[in-house]
Write a protein that binds this ligand. Structure first.
Ligand code: 5RP
Length: 218
């Protein structure tokens, strides 16, 4: 079974979490895209969706699924999104697609966060995947120096601008032993908009696509 087939299988299994008559949050990336495609078949059951990126909003709209602004809804029943890495506590690294800021906002506004991924994303220690950090452009060098002091090797994702007009630094060589602590510490650095560690608000459910079927961790 290919990685993409595992992503599709887990995305379709996650449809069971959709609560009828509610607004749901939708993430970004290839796994989230499979979820959006599956959602099209049951779109009559939901009142609409809030997207974490322009790309996902366009895909939802193409399926005729109502796309709502977060400011116009009371709250979201679930948030469904992929991840770049998860540990066994369901702390995540996200932002490979550069949508981490809106993803973190939509996740925070949701009662339940269902993370969907293929089994290769489950790791013991976060950090083999370079940690994406969204940064205000004028703070790029300052923030990069602060990250080097903390043992990381930041690489500017050149040519990429986030939906919010900012840049991304991908931080290599971090072994994130205390995700909640590092997320908080980096949140406090001026110039950082969003850290791609999702540990203060981890996933509530992690569904993994494997050749043997879908495995669920809570
Ligand atoms: C985007 C993300 C994605 O969830 C993450 O990159 C996983 O992507 P994919 O589902 O394509 O493997 O955080 O910012």
């Amino acid at each position: 079974m290919t990685q993409d087939e595992m992503k599709k299988m887990v995305a379709e299994a996650a449809l069971e979490h959709v609560e009828t008559g509610t607004v749901i949050g939708i993430g970004t990336g290839s796994t989230a895209n499979h979820f959006i495609d599956g959602l099209a078949a049951i779109k009559h059951r939901i009142d609409g969706a809030v997207a974490s990126s322009k790309a996902s909003a366009e895909r939802l709209a193409a399926h005729g699924i109502p796309v709502l602004e977060l400011n116009t809804v009371d709250g979201l029943s679930i948030y469904v999104d992929g991840a770049d890495e998860s540990n066994h506590h369901l702390h995540l690294i996200k932002g490979g697609g550069g949508a981490l800021t809106r993803e973190k906002i939509v996740a925070a506004a949701s009662r339940k966060f269902v993370c969907i991924a293929d089994e290769s994303k489950l790791v013991d220690v976060l950090g083999s995947f370079p940690l994406p950090i969204e940064v205000i452009p004028m703070a790029r060098s300052y923030v990069a120096r602060e990250l080097v002091k903390r043992g990381g090797q930041p690489v500017w994702r050149e040519g990429f601008t986030t939906d919010n007009g900012n840049i991304i630094l991908d931080v290599h060589h971090l072994k994130i032993m205390e995700p909640v602590k590092l997320e908080q510490e980096l949140n406090d650095l001026p110039g950082i908009v969003t850290v791609g560690i999702f540990a203060k608000r981890p996933a509530d459910v992690l569904m993994l696509g494997t050749p043997e079927g879908v495995k669920t961790l809570t």
